[in-house]
Structure formats: C-alpha cells, structure tokens
Design a binder for this molecule. Structure first.
Ligand SMILES: NC(=O)c1ccc[n+]([C@@H]2O[C@H](COP(=O)([O-])OP(=O)(O)OC[C@H]3O[C@@H](n4cnc5c(N)ncnc54)[C@H](OP(=O)(O)O)[C@@H]3O)[C@@H](O)[C@H]2O)c1
Length: 235
C-alpha cells in the first residue's frame, strides 16, 4: 500500500491514474479546482481523499501538507495538473497563464515534494510533461517552453537524487497525444487515456527516469532534437 497524491485528478490522465491507484488499494489524495468531480471519484473509492484548490494560488502548499497528513504520509506524488492553449494571436494573458501553471505552480510543488522525499529518505516524483518540451512551438510558445522547463528541471532533480544515493526517484513522462479532450489539427498516434495511464503506472513502478507515451513518441523526440532549425521551421 502506497500513499499517493495526484495533483490534477478531476479529469483526464490524472483522473484515470487516481482510479487505478485507488483500485489497487493505495491511499490516494487527489486535487483539482472542480470539487464536484473530485467528490464523485471519492464516492466510488473510499480510499480516496480530496483537496479542492487552485495550484497557482499562494495557499497550495498548505493544502498539500494537509492532504499528506490525511493520507498518513507520502510515497509518490504525481503532477498531472497542467495544460496549454493555442495562442495564434499571441495574447499576453494566455502566455502568462501557461507559465503560472506549468512553470511557477509546477516548480513550487516539485520543490516541496523533492525536499520532503530527500528529508524522509525515500519517495518518487512523477510529472506529466509533454513531447512539446523538445522544440519551440509557434502557436503556443509558452507551452512548449514551460514543458521544456519541466523536463530539464526534472532531469536536474533526477541527477541530484542519484548522487544522494537515497531511494528517491524522478519520473518524467512525455506524452504525444492522449485522448483526454478534443484535439484539433494534425493529430496522429493518439493514445486512449486508459492505455496512457497503464503505461505511466508501469513506468512509475519500474522507477523509469523518462518515458514517452506511447513508446513510439520516443522516435519523434529523437528526431525533433536532431533536425536543424531550418528544416524544423518548415514542418
Ligand atoms: N492530453 C494530451 O494529449 C497531452 C499531451 C501531452 C501532455 N499532456 C499533459 O498531461 C497533463 C494532463 O493533461 P490532460 O490531458 O489529462 O488534461 P485535463 O483533462 O485538462 O486535466 C488537467 C488536470 O489539471 C487540473 N488543473 C488544471 N489547472 C489547474 C489549476 N490551476 N489548479 C489546480 N488544478 C488544475 C485540472 O483540474 P481542474 O480543472 O478541476 O482544476 C485537471 O484535473 C497536462 O500537464 C498536459 O499538459 C497532455
């Protein structure tokens, strides 16, 4: 039995992960802003505890501390809260919102969890970044840059954990497209949310440092990292 917190579990990948971890009899704390959706999950699974808050608000760590106490400690923290917006018109509000959510709020929670795990001498932090982390994106520049921040930051933490010789693990998850919402435009290799959640849990259990969802997106990442800018800008 693990004590697990999933940040961003009212819908999408986080919700599916919460259902699976709860089904496996773990003690699961879930968060999100939409309280009624969180409460619905709790009704189905008595080993779920909920905390309803906005992670971009200054009180978010207080909520997480309380949730941790309610589930009796913390072995695994998954950050699924995040997301992007298409920003064709390059509006400041959208760019700012994406950075507040995917950089500032992510950083605060990752710092809290990693510090706790190093202090207690064990634990695992898993974060849903994105394949978008691999190159700049002209229609959502802040999203790709924010996801690059997550991926690179987590690599730093993984090395730090490794050097400490403590059983503290970092898992960075980079999905391509997951069928959690309507995707527009050039969508290919879309993975059903159930399949994505299963692969994510397997990667977490195997203490993988980095995983692509699905595996074939690893090829895309490999390609993206290597093609020269003059070619990439034409894609
Ligand atoms: N779906 C894809 O194709 C895809 C691909 C690559 C990466 N990802 C990444 O995977 C993660 C999960 O995405 P998803 O597709 O499952 O999206 P989703 O269904 O929109 O889920 C996002 C979750 O984050 C929570 N959240 C968002 N903003 C929040 C805030 N300010 N405070 C607290 N909670 C917040 C939402 O809860 P509330 O709305 O209730 O607050 C929701 O539970 C994201 O980081 C996304 O960037 C997704």
């Amino acid at each position: 039995m693990k004590r697990v917190i999933i940040v961003g579990a009212s819908s999408g990948i986080g919700k599916c992960l919460a259902e699976k971890y709860a089904y496996l009899k773990n003690k699961v704390g879930i968060t999100g802003r939409r309280c009624e959706l969180l409460n619905r999950l709790k009704l189905d699974q008595p080993n779920i505890v909920t905390a309803c808050f906005d992670i971009t608000e200054s009180t978010s760590l207080r909520h997480l501390e309380l949730l941790k106490e309610q589930i009796g400690g913390l072995d695994l923290l998954i950050i699924s809260a995040g997301g992007g917006e298409v920003n064709e018109k390059y509006e400041w509000e959208k760019e700012d919102r994406m950075v507040q959510l995917n950089v500032n709020a992510f950083l605060e929670i990752a710092h809290w969890a990693f510090s706790l795990f190093m202090k207690q001498g064990h634990g695992q932090l898993a974060v849903i970044s994105s394949i978008a982390a691999n190159r700049g994106n002209s229609i959502s520049p802040a999203y790709s840059a924010a996801k690059a921040f997550q991926t690179v930051y987590l690599e730093g933490l993984a090395i730090r954990a490794h050097k400490s010789l403590k059983p503290v693990y970092i898992t960075t998850i980079e999905p391509g497209f997951v069928a959690t919402k309507k995707h527009n435009g050039k969508v290919f290799w879309m993975v059903p949310v159930e399949k994505a959640a299963k692969q994510i849990i397997q990667a977490i259990e195997n203490k993988k440092t980095k995983v692509y969802i699905s595996k074939r997106w690893g090829l895309v990442a490999w390609f993206l990292k290597r093609i020269p800018y003059n070619m990439y800008r034409r894609l």
